[in-house]
Design a protein around this ligand. Structure first.
Ligand code: 3PG
Length: 398
């Protein structure tokens, strides 16, 4: 159920789970995308006259109050994005919350303190969920990026109150469904990043579901090594070459083509524009060289593959994109994806911190179909897992 299924809400208390776990530097948030994402839900409920109570976690305080992890630190950021003042409430349940609700007028917004200050949150304690639920008339979950956690505020509350997906959650689920749930074929997946070990479950899930599996980043080295390529000093998980071979065998059986680079950018040291920089065939990497990006021919070949595809899901960069010139393949791919999406031939969904940063670096964030700011939740979704926070919304008992 979505906000469209809500009846009259004037004067009712909406408990709205949002993700305000913002990236911070020196005490200030460095990116407000997560607040922007939940703005439509919050304002829609406020405009309809509900009293909106925002429920969120901030960092990992481990079930204890922490003076540095109060959600009051992001109150100003939320006010800035919403363009209105909100009331900070230093509890999540009990008389202080009751009194605050009494002070809030219809359409006003309150921000509860960090729900992870209480152990019942991460324990998904039904009594804790009930204590919070007692203050609300209905529950809205707009925090896809926390939906992989079976916590009281992400999962438990849906069993105590009528539960609805917020606008951001709705958009995220729709985009993800278009990418992997019910995609238009052919489907390509780009999986990059440093290590195979962190994305094994992702690769195992994708191999049976996509027609093209494009492997980049340090992960590609492990796959190349599995094919007998000497990758020199490159980052490589030699203990996982058998696993990589099994994934490639499985791909043969499921009609999935695994794409590995055949030219690469190498250097003897990892630094910006190092003197030893060169591009070579994967079979010509010297013992003292490391692969830091895929080469221009391989990048061009990937662009050709994407031209034949209708859907793309992308997680992880193709090379060490934070350091020039090892950003080249990732930037070129990002621009191709953006252009194909804008032409209307590709539905493109990207997620994960590095991928979001790479799209921003290429200046194409707004040109892909959907960019997910979820980290762990996006990966678990790519692993094919049912996310507890999403499952609870469809099984609401409230
Ligand atoms: C995130 O930042 O990815 C989410 O807010 C989840 O945070 P967590 O990993 O601490 O559960």
């Amino acid at each position: 159920k979505t906000l469209d299924d809500l009846g009259e809400v004037t004067g009712k208390v909406a408990l709205v789970r949002v993700d305000l776990n913002l990236p911070m530097k020196d005490g200030s948030a460095t990116d407000l995308t997560r607040v922007e994402a939940v703005k439509p839900t919050i304002l829609e409920l406020a405009d309809k006259g509900a009293k909106v109570l925002l429920l969120a976690h901030f960092g990992r305080p481990g079930g204890k109050r922490s003076s540095v992890l109060s959600t009051s630190f992001v109150q100003g950021d939320v006010e800035e994005v919403l363009g209105k003042e909100i009331m900070f409430i230093p509890e999540v349940a009990g008389p202080v919350v009751d009194q605050s609700i009494g002070i809030l007028g219809n359409g006003d917004i309150g921000l509860l303190d960090n729900v992870r200050f209480w152990p019942g949150e991460e324990d998904n304690d039904p009594n804790f969920a009930q204590a919070i639920a007692a203050h609300g008339d209905f529950y809205v979950n707009d925090a896809f990026s926390a939906a992989h956690r079976a916590h009281a505020s992400t999962e438990g509350l849906a069993h105590h109150l009528p539960a609805f997906a917020g606008r951001a959650m709705e958009a995220e689920l729709k985009a993800l469904d278009a990418a992997l749930g019910n995609p238009e074929a052919p489907v390509a997946a780009v999986v990059g990043g440093a290590k195979v070990s962190t994305k094994l479950a992702v690769l195992e899930n994708l191999v049976g579901r996509v027609q093209h599996l494009i492997i980049g980043g340090g992960m590609a080295n492990t796959f190349l090594a599995a094919r007998g390529v000497d990758v020199g000093k490159s980052l490589c998980e030699h203990d996982l070459t058998d696993t990589a071979s099994k994934i490639m065998d499985e791909a043969d059986h499921t009609g999935c083509t695994v794409h590995l680079p055949y030219d690469v950018v190498v250097a003897r040291e990892f630094a910006a524009n190092p003197p030893s920089l060169r591009t070579c065939n994967v079979h010509e990497v010297a013992a003292d060289e490391m692969i830091l990006d895929i080469g221009p021919q391989a990048t061009e070949a990937l662009a050709d593959v994407l031209k034949t595809c209708r859907t793309l899901v992308w997680n992880g960069p193709l090379g060490a994109f934070e350091t020039e010139p090892f950003d080249a393949a990732t930037m070129t791919l990002a621009r191709h994806v953006a252009a194909l999406t804008q032409e209307g031939s590709l539905t493109s969904v990207a997620g994960g911190g590095d991928t979001v940063a790479a799209l921003a670096q290429a200046g194409v964030t707004g040109d892909v179909t959907y960019v997910s700011t979820a980290g762990g939740a996006f990966l678990e979704w790519m692993e094919g897992k049912q996310l507890p926070g999403v499952a609870a919304l469809s099984a609401d008992n409230g």
